[in-house]
Design a protein around this ligand. Structure first.
Ligand code: PGA
Length: 278
């Protein structure tokens, strides 16, 4: 079975110093080289990723290396780092932007693309999302494509149409399809009405949306690749609801905002991923 992924999206929280303190505390939950301190946080076969703000990436990378070298990382799981947002170009006169190449230099191996806050607050279109996925591949980053419907779209019965539009945009260009593998691409279903609201989709809601996405992935990429692309659920995930969401069909991981800011909660979520993946 493909490993479950537990990913934390810090959004515009935790600067470089905070990122170091977070990683110290996260490693400490796993008790250095001993047993996990809370008896719960066993990473098992879980893949763990964090998306810090771009300014905190390098600090997170360095602290992780220091903790590993000193042995303090102990039984904490291997950690992948990702960037929350990339520009389509590699460099140039784009004040304030970060390119995929720069994020890679700072320690990222993953890139979130098309997060709903980017789509709604910063007016990113499907076309811009496609160009950012291209940029991620160009720099050797694995894009995690975020898709999800607004509440009005859901109420109007447009769940399937919205999800397919957002996913098809990225799967349509042949050169993009050619680069997509389960190790290089993942999808995160995040219903916009469930993000940061405390309102979580039910496992049935998640299963319905994930089935739509899986069908499209298999249709466009073939059974072997399409069935293996990880699809994560995101939207008000917490330690208390992680197990039931991970038990829903086709939910292969979690993308977590608010609850990923607390090292203890994030470690508990990693524990849930470990249980689901074992
Ligand atoms: P949330 O955010 O867990 O705070 O709802 C999820 C996300 O936006 O990725």
């Amino acid at each position: 079975m493909t490993a479950v992924i537990v990913a934390g999206n810090w959004k515009m929280n935790l600067g470089p110093r905070d990122a170091e303190l977070f990683l110290d505390a996260f490693a400490a939950v796993f008790g250095g080289s001993g047993e996990p301190a809370d008896g719960q946080a066993r990473p098992g076969g879980c893949r763990v990723a964090l998306f810090p703000p771009a300014v905190s990436l390098d600090a997170a990378r360095r602290r992780k290396a220091q903790l590993e070298e000193s042995g303090a990382w102990g039984r904490a799981p291997a950690l992948e780092l990702g960037v929350q947002q990339i520009h389509a170009e590699a460099d140039g006169a784009f004040t304030g932007e970060t390119s995929a190449e720069q994020a890679s230099q700072a320690g990222a191996t993953l890139a979130l693309v098309g997060h709903s806050e980017r789509r709604t607050i910063f007016h990113e279109t499907d076309d811009m999302v496609v160009r950012r996925v291209q940029a991620a591949f160009r720099a050797g980053l694995a894009p995690m494509l975020c898709v999800g419907e607004q509440l009005e779209e859901r109420k109007a019965g447009r769940l399937e149409a919205v999800l397919l539009r957002q996913l098809e945009a990225v799967l349509s260009p042949p050169e993009l399809r050619a680069g997509i593998r389960p190790e290089t691409f993942s999808v995160a279903y995040e219903p916009v009405w469930a993000i940061g609201t405390g309102e979580t989709a039910t496992p049935d809601d998640a299963a319905e949306a994930h089935a739509i996405l899986r069908g499209c992935l298999v249709d466009r990429l073939g059974e072997e690749i399409g069935a293996a692309i990880p699809i994560l659920y995101g939207g008000s995930v917490k330690p208390a609801n992680a197990d039931e969401l991970l038990a829903a069909p086709e939910v292969g991981g979690l993308l977590v905002g608010g609850a990923s800011l607390d090292p203890g909660d994030f470690a508990a979520l990693v524990g849930a991923g470990g249980r689901a993946g074992s």
